[in-house]
Design a protein. Structure first.
Length: 290
């Protein structure tokens, strides 16, 4: 049977990406690096494509840049062909182009207005490290046995009662089979940072062999800790990760506040079946990362 995969941890971000932060970096001379049927691809275009890949090790940067240029040339060639066939006049293509343009402009404005968001202080980073020992000082790599059963609330309640009664995963699996309850079982090895943050404290408290159960949409997820190896991360090593996380959280919260301020000043009307979206919503305020 297929293993169950945990959903990714973390707060829901605004749909508008803040990925344009590299756009204002100092540019080299903007000379031509390629031509496609006479149309120039400039160094700034190549730099932008490479920047989107994030910071790369020096030994990978050259190969990545060369591949990015090949991709740019191929994309330009395809775009030329699309224009030759007048696909830019297709209503669906025009709609897609307008959507991308609006998203880029929205992202650029958010990046401009949140770029000055305060960087996390040393105290904030130390507090986050100390508040999350299961991610850092007491970090573990877990070997997990997982069962994801499907059913209504009555089935879930019955399964939880049975699990509490038996406390044995094999007996529980046999009971599920006898009852004809649909379930998927599997095992996985995951470090703490790949698990949902909201379950880590409870999972961290379990000893090998112990079981926890948590409701999920449409059923119940049962997890047994088969093994757990402690692999701590000290504060110095964790600092860059924490700094990026807290900085991102501050920018996200600042973006939410800016968006709410725009909503408050704007006149937005939802029509027809969407009219209820116009009901007042509570104002968003920046919250410290958890």
């Amino acid at each position: 049977m297929k293993p169950t995969h945990f959903p990714l941890a973390g707060a829901t971000l605004l749909a508008l990406s803040l990925s344009l932060s590299g756009c204002n970096e100092k540019k080299a001379e903007d000379g031509a690096v390629a031509q496609v049927n006479g149309q120039v691809i400039r160094a700034s275009q190549l730099d932008y494509e490479v920047t989107r890949q994030g910071k790369l090790p020096p030994e990978q940067a050259k190969a990545a840049t060369r591949q990015a240029l090949r991709n740019l040339a191929d994309r330009q060639l395809l775009a030329q062909q699309a224009l030759a066939e007048k696909l830019d006049q297709n209503p669906q293509v025009q709609q897609a182009l307008e959507s991308v343009r609006a998203q880029v402009l929205a992202s650029a404005w958010l990046d401009k207005t949140t770029g000055a968001a305060a960087q996390p202080t040393q105290t904030e980073m130390a507090d986050y490290y100390n508040a999350n020992p299961w991610l850092f000082s007491e970090r573990r790599i877990y070997k997990l046995q997982e069962i994801n059963l499907r059913g209504n609330s009555a089935t879930v309640a019955e399964a939880k009662a049975r699990l509490s009664q038996t406390g044995n995963l094999n007996d529980f699996i046999q009971w599920l089979r006898e009852r004809g309850i649909q379930a998927q079982a599997g095992q996985s090895v995951k470090p703490a940072e790949q698990l949902p943050l909201e379950i880590l404290p409870k999972l961290h408290a379990l000893k090998p062999g112990q079981i926890m159960a948590m409701p999920v949409e449409g059923g119940l997820l049962v997890v047994q800790v088969a093994d757990a190896q402690t692999r701590p991360v000290d504060q110095t090593a964790a600092r860059p990760v924490i700094e990026r996380y807290l900085s991102s959280a501050k920018k996200r919260d600042a973006a939410q506040v800016q968006l709410q301020a725009l909503r408050d000043k704007a006149k937005i009307e939802y029509l027809g079946e969407y009219a209820d979206l116009g009901k007042p919503q509570p104002a968003l305020t920046a919250q410290p990362p958890k």
